[in-house]
Design a protein around this ligand. Structure first.
Ligand code: NAD
Length: 316
């Protein structure tokens, strides 16, 4: 089997390449990535054919996708605050970019396309836990661009009979997630601060909650979908129904690190949702063999990775 992973030099993408190498070693893995937020370092030591370029370069995209059996489309500008600061680049990469990927797949007759949408499509819908049949109302340009991503993916299934699948990722975390920039996700941001002995900056009261999913669980679901050409005309929430507040997350980190952490509260961020939790039913129904890694275990592995990176940087 041959698979193209767009955005494969990013956090989830590079974990997915590693997962394919480990669990489906006969699969030829290609990556197309413009390295805007990803890094070639993430692919060091992995068995992958890397092409540096953008999904907005249609000819290059088509060339990279020629002959593959499946595309996993992860390339995007993946940040709510970044989209609020600059909506047009998010729209171009996330909405137009997805259209390009689907068009290339259609022209080349690619057998399966899965795409990364996001829980941010629910936006101002307060219902908890969230099912795929609850209404969507994005609160940020990023959320809109992800609704377009899944909308196009599903429309190509209806319009052209293509086997497609749209995943709504919730808060994915794990080794390799970039910290150290202003748009970093919450777990790497907290861990970086904690390991540097700095205060943890929490936006708002810290009672906002998230359904955290360990990256290997995400990879296991995607591999299963690619291998079985799983297809649906409804999206699938890729989260299993946990509900952890940021303050509970910090408590858990304190237990793992065996030290108290100091929290400071900053302004609530524009576009951030208060609570995010999937009902987890469809993902279990479609992927019954995938057992999600618990937050406790996932956090332990993530902390271990951050500590080893720190040791490497400091030469110990
Ligand atoms: P990431 O930033 O690490 O990965 C995105 C990758 O896409 C990067 O390597 C980047 O260089 C690449 N990219 C961006 N624009 C591109 C373009 N025009 N052409 C080619 N490559 C391009 O982020 P991630 O966390 O790994 O996210 C992967 C996908 O999952 C994204 O689509 C994101 O929106 C979605 N998602 C992630 C989460 C999460 O919790 N991490 C949650 C919801 C959705």
């Amino acid at each position: 089997m041959k698979v193209l992973i767009t955005g494969g030099a990013g956090f989830i993408g590079s974990n997915l390449v590693r997962f394919f190498n480990g669990h489906s070693p006969a699969t030829e893995v290609r990556v197309l990535d413009d390295l805007s937020t990803g890094s070639i370092q993430n692919l060091a030591g992995l068995d992958v054919q890397f092409t540096h370029g953008s999904i907005l370069d249609y000819d290059l995209l088509k060339e990279t996708a020629r002959g593959v059996d499946a595309i996993v489309h992860l390339a995007a500008i993946p940040s709510v605050p970044r989209s609020v600061a600059a909506p047009r680049p998010s729209h171009d990469a996330n909405s137009t970019g997805t259209l390009n990927v689907l068009e290339a797949a259609r022209e080349l007759g690619v057998g399966h396309v899965s795409v990364a949408s996001s829980s941010s499509v629910y936006g101002s819908n307060p219902v908890l836990p969230k099912s795929e049949y609850d209404w969507t109302r994005p609160m940020s340009p990023y959320g809109v661009s992800k609704l377009a991503t899944e909308g196009y993916c599903i429309a190509y299934n209806f319009s052209y009979g293509m086997k497609t699948l749209a995943f709504r990722f919730f808060n994915v975390y794990g080794p390799g997630q970039a910290a150290g920039h202003s748009y970093a996700a919450v777990i790497p941001k907290f861990l970086e601060a904690a390991l540097a002995g700095e205060d943890l900056s929490v936006h708002g009261d810290g009672l906002q909650s998230r359904d955290f999913t360990y990256v290997e669980t995400v990879c296991a679901v995607i591999l299963d979908a690619v291998q079985n050409k799983t297809s649906s005309t409804d999206p699938i929430n890729l989260a299993f129904g946990t509900n952890t507040t940021l303050l509970e997350l910090i408590e858990s980190m304190e237990l793992h690190l065996n030290e108290p952490l100091k929290v400071i509260h900053a302004e609530q961020r524009v576009g951030d949702v208060r609570a995010s939790q999937s009902d987890g039913r469809r993902v279990r129904e479609f992927f019954p063999s995938v057992v999600p890694v618990s937050l406790d275990e996932g956090l332990a592995k993530t902390i271990e990775w951050f500590q080893s990176e720190l040791r490497m940087k400091s030469g110990n």
